[in-house]
Design a protein around this ligand. Structure first.
Ligand SMILES: [Fe+2]
Length: 349
């Protein structure tokens, strides 16, 4: 190409930029790559060494009332804010006698309890207890408050779709006039109606979120133990189950899928990747996750990020249980979920 033509092109690009026009041919590879480029970094947080002491320090410095929520957000270094491009992970602590005031928002949220006991979440005025290993849902636009009457602090993981909902420009939130939303139903009502393998006699209309607000850990753990006897280990995932909406079989929230996973002692998984952005918290046991070019040694309550389209392999030194959540519920609705196991063609094409 002659210097003259290059100058004319550069001048043209400059004039177009002033008019808000971008020639596609100059950005084609970046705009439409042949396969996804990971949009955040693999990253790891050590719970015992970093997160837990930081929370207790915040417990001395900040009251729950001052802070509204005593929460530390886990920030991906590749992003301005957010744990992945679509999801947020944060760790919350509530102390004896504290109430985290009632509010609601269009973001969907889940909690996974890490330690402590005797706290509750109230969802639209229905209390549900919180115990270690329990998964608690607070669906979009449901009033929720948390409180703790018993001794000692309680810590849980908060998982939300804040980055996704903000990106879509659909964020609304509202504070309730009083600290607690008034009691509207007996405690554990939704679990009794929908969460025990029984359903109300009359037809019930399925909603975009699960009607069950609490998935207790003892039930979850028993399911994993019973299934391990079949020895049907997935080469990549070990034994992985998804939390589900009992009315539809769908994921528990419209945007967020949640999973529990058992890796048996000595497990050495095959590589796997998908278009999901995933946040993983170890619940029990120890092992390693090779995520892209990083290796993370995980123990109880350590947290790591598996970015989209990033090869990952899992290993367990002893029996390990992993809780994870991802944007798969949204991806499936948009027909954007693709998965690949090592030496396999991409599925979902
Ligand atoms: Fe909230």
């Amino acid at each position: 190409m002659s210097d003259n033509l290059q100058r004319m092109r550069d001048a043209y690009y400059g004039r177009m930029a002033q008019r808000g026009l971008t020639p596609l041919w100059t950005v084609m590879t970046e705009a439409v790559p042949s396969e996804p480029v990971a949009n955040c970094e693999p990253v790891f947080w050590d719970f015992a060494a970093d997160i837990r002491p930081a929370l207790f320090e915040a417990g001395e410095l900040i009251s729950a009332e001052e802070a509204q929520r005593r929460v530390l957000m886990l920030n991906n270094p590749a992003l301005q804010r957010g744990t992945t491009k679509t999801l947020l992970c944060a760790i919350q602590m509530i102390k004896e006698g504290e109430i985290a005031p009632a509010h609601r928002h269009t973001q969907s949220a889940l909690r996974f309890v890490i330690e402590g006991g005797g706290a509750y979440t109230a969802i639209n005025g229905e209390k549900t207890s919180m115990n270690p290993g329990d998964l608690i849902l607070t669906p979009a636009w449901f009033w929720h408050d948390h409180g703790k009457d018993s001794k000692g602090p309680m810590i849980w993981l908060d998982g939300l779709d804040i980055p996704l909902v903000n990106h879509l420009g659909a964020t609304f939130s509202e504070e309730f006039d009083e600290r607690r939303y008034p009691e509207a139903r007996p405690a554990e009502d939704s679990r009794a109606r929908y969460g025990s393998g029984l359903l109300p006699l009359e037809p019930v209309v399925s909603t975009s979120h699960s009607p069950v607000f609490r998935y207790p850990y003892d039930t979850t753990r028993q399911a994993l133990e019973a299934l391990r006897r079949t020895n049907e280990w997935d080469p990549c995932h070990g034994l992985k189950l998804r939390y589900s909406n009992p009315l539809s079989g769908e994921f528990v929230l419209p945007t967020i899928a949640a999973f529990i996973q058992l890796l048996p002692r000595g497990f050495s998984g095959a590589p796997y990747r998908s278009t999901e952005s995933t946040i993983v918290m170890a619940v029990e046991g120890r092992g390693r996750a090779h995520v892209g070019n990083r290796t993370f040694s995980f123990g109880p309550h350590d947290i790591f990020v598996i970015p989209n389209w990033t090869w990952t392999t899992l290993e367990a030194d002893v029996d390990a249980v992993l809780f994870s959540y991802s944007d798969r519920a949204a991806l499936e609705k948009l027909a954007l979920l693709r998965q690949q196991r090592s030496n396999e063609a991409r599925s979902g094409m």
